[in-house]
Design a protein around this ligand. Structure first.
Ligand code: HPA
Ligand code: ZN
Length: 325
């Protein structure tokens, strides 16, 4: 039985797709404001579709919903709403993923997206003291040339980004495809992370480490299938950004009681808990912390360790980390 409130633990959110914080109410409000026709007749109908069988079934709805995001103000409103909720749940630092290709292919300028998100981060910093930054994710199920063109389109303002990541449909799109893109990102001084081992095999985690030279693995839950990989992750203290409610909702894990989080901690891995796409998966970051605390009977020491790992695994400087530990 755990008795600590995880809400007040200072934590960093390291795996959060900002488009995945788009709640159905905001979908309808922005659709009305922007004059966009939706294929759903009500908030209830849309929310009723949030029962997924796998990653792709979620992604189909995720990409459909974000069509309502049109202006810089829309992106600022989206991120502002998320950052207020995150602050309420004890987040002191948030590294936000965004999917520019899902917007530029709809005719939205990448600067519109970035400027809106940065504005919300600046407001959150002054209003709540929460720090943060942006991680530009490439859509791995789209052509590699589009990823490279996206990166080059922001090269002149790379100082506005913390890093790059890799997301969308995983199986069939191994990290090795993106070796040159990640090499260029590192040359621009950007941090590098990648989704791997969510639905894809341990081999994709090895590729992310050895070819993309990532500093963190997003998800990585399938790493446990490969003892040599677990040893590598442990030895190099490569953080895993685990998203428990997401894993259950997308069917990677049958139920929260079966989640490998305790085994990962037991194996000495730097494991963090995050919310992935909270509007779609039934909870923000502390909902994930409290759900695993309950379902997996984690004690106060384990929960404090996970929160401390999130600060350690962040891209904050040493002084800023020290103030949160
Ligand atoms: N996995 C891969 N791509 C994504 C996800 C995810 O959980 N969420 C948004 N894009
Ligand atoms: Zn994700």
């Amino acid at each position: 039985m755990t008795h600590i409130s995880t809400r007040s633990l200072p934590k960093a959110e390291l795996h959060l797709h900002i488009e995945g914080t788009l709640e159905p109410e905001m979908v309808f409000a922005l659709a009305e404001k922007n004059g966009i026709a939706l294929p759903w007749s009500s908030v209830e109908e849309l929310r009723g579709l949030y029962s997924f069988t796998d990653l792709q079934s979620f992604l189909d709805l995720y990409y459909a919903g974000m069509a309502v995001l049109q202006t810089e103000d829309d992106f600022a409103e989206l991120a502002g709403a998320y950052l207020r909720r995150a602050a309420e749940q004890g987040v002191r630092h948030a590294e936000l993923f965004f999917d520019p290709q899902a917007h530029t292919t709809r005719g939205i300028a990448i600067d519109t997206v970035i400027d809106g998100l940065l504005r919300a981060l600046a407001t959150a910093r002054s209003e709540n003291g929460i720090t943060g930054g942006l991680i530009l994710c490439f859509l791995r199920d789209q052509p590699v040339a589009d990823a490279m063109a996206t990166l080059e389109s922001v090269a002149a303002r790379s100082a506005d980004l913390l890093g790059v990541g890799l997301d969308s449909a995983e199986v069939g799109y191994p990290p090795s495809l993106f070796e040159a893109v990640f090499s260029r990102a590192r040359e621009l001084g950007l941090h590098v992370v990648a989704h791997a081992g969510e639905e894809g095999p341990p081999e994709y985690v090895w590729e992310a480490l050895d070819l993309l030279k990532v500093e963190r693995i997003d998800h990585g839950v399938r790493s446990l299938e490969d003892p040599l990989l677990v040893e590598r992750l442990r030895r190099d203290r490569i953080p895993l950004t685990v998203c428990p409610l997401s894993n259950v909702r997308l069917g990677g894990v049958a139920s929260l009681d079966d989640h490998a989080l305790p085994a990962m901690l037991e194996a000495g891995l730097v494991v963090t808990v995050n919310s992935d796409d909270p509007a779609y998966f039934g909870g923000y970051i502390d909902d994930n912390y409290s759900a695993v605390a309950r379902a997996l009977d984690l004690d106060a020491e384990q929960l404090r360790a996970v929160a401390a790992f999130s600060v350690e695994a962040s891209f904050l400087g040493a002084d800023a980390k020290a103030t949160l530990l």
